[in-house]
Design a binder for this molecule. Sequence first.
Ligand code: ADE
Length: 417
Amino acid sequence: MTVADPHATRSAMRLDVVSIFPDYLAPLDLSLIGKAREDGLLDVRVHDLRDFTHDRHRTVDDTPYGGGAGMVMKPQPWSEALDHVLALDNPSGDKPHLIVPGPGGQPFTQALARQLALEPWLAFACGRYEGIDERVYDHAREDLGLEVSVVSLGDYVLNGGEVAVLAMVEAIGRLVPGVIGNAESLVEESHEDGLLEYPIYTKPSSWNGREVPPVLLSGNHGTIAAWRHEQRLARTAARRPDLLHASHAGPHGGDLEIAAATPGDVPELAVLRRACAAKEVVATGALDTPALRETLDDVRAGLETGQTWVARIAGRLVGTVRTTRTSGTSGTSGTSRTGDSWVAERLCVAPDLQGGDVGPRLLEHAESTAPDGIRTLVLRATAPDADELKRYRKAGYRLVDAPSDVPGTVTLARRRR
Ligand code: ADE
């Protein structure tokens, strides 16, 4: 019997792989994915499809109806294999999302990897030969109630799904919180925000007559960031023009999408908050700003308080705000002394987009989610500068004398219109 660990905050993501070549999946024991399995972050189980055959030759394929080249995988071993996976250590009858790798599927992208990394349980069915009898897909969807997705690694044909599963498990697994120690590295990566990565260099600065670009030795972080952005654009234009989107042309282009934060947003959210915390330190001189010491676990735990919202432009996380409801007085003279207030706090915008419309749009969104009956909207702003205070005034907010437990934080409030 296993006893639930009362300290466990999250159970491992479960990944089942069914294949006629289970040994092909041995690399899943290695490197970061192997370590994540050892650490209990990923629960990977590999099954041999031939264990679900009943003939002497352990047959899994047969000739195609209607004629044609090659062989087709028989439905019966697949149905028994799926039943086995569903019954294994699954007392609550949960259902995995079934992924069938195949060249005819939807493209596997970083965005899809991010989406799949949020699922608690994925099962992969590795086809071989010409593929799997179509009725297996219908059975999985209609009789077993599974979500089934056919996913392609790229526009070329592999001999089977195993290589694709290795690639997908690696891309998905490394996005599971805790698998990559340095969450910042997840953000500064090719494809994370729709652009390829900039060129990188290490010591020595001069090697074989080749010099590191002088800007990288300048120590000027602003110039370096601008140079890297230029390089990313140039590289993406040269190698992957299909990825270039108008939103990359300037900081204000592209559609802003605001959505409820999920655990998959935590690494990017932590980096964004750090950037805002650094600004607060500069503004207040208070090096002990708690936000500066916030860990990934703190950010994850913070998602339990109220509702955290994230704003993205072309996939890049560019802002966040949290809404909570407080009861009773807000300590304000001109506003509500009774009844609940709707509080927007931890409003944070990526440094290169501050002063634009991301902040106001997040604030508007936060206000729009206030439940009926709320009369007072409260904004807790940390170390706002004069321009920000002016913008809040324009939005109808006035400073109030509520005491704040976070240094440098001011409280503003306005009546709900
Ligand atoms: N199986 C065969 N070819 C494939 C591909 N391109 N992607 C995923 N699975 C496959």
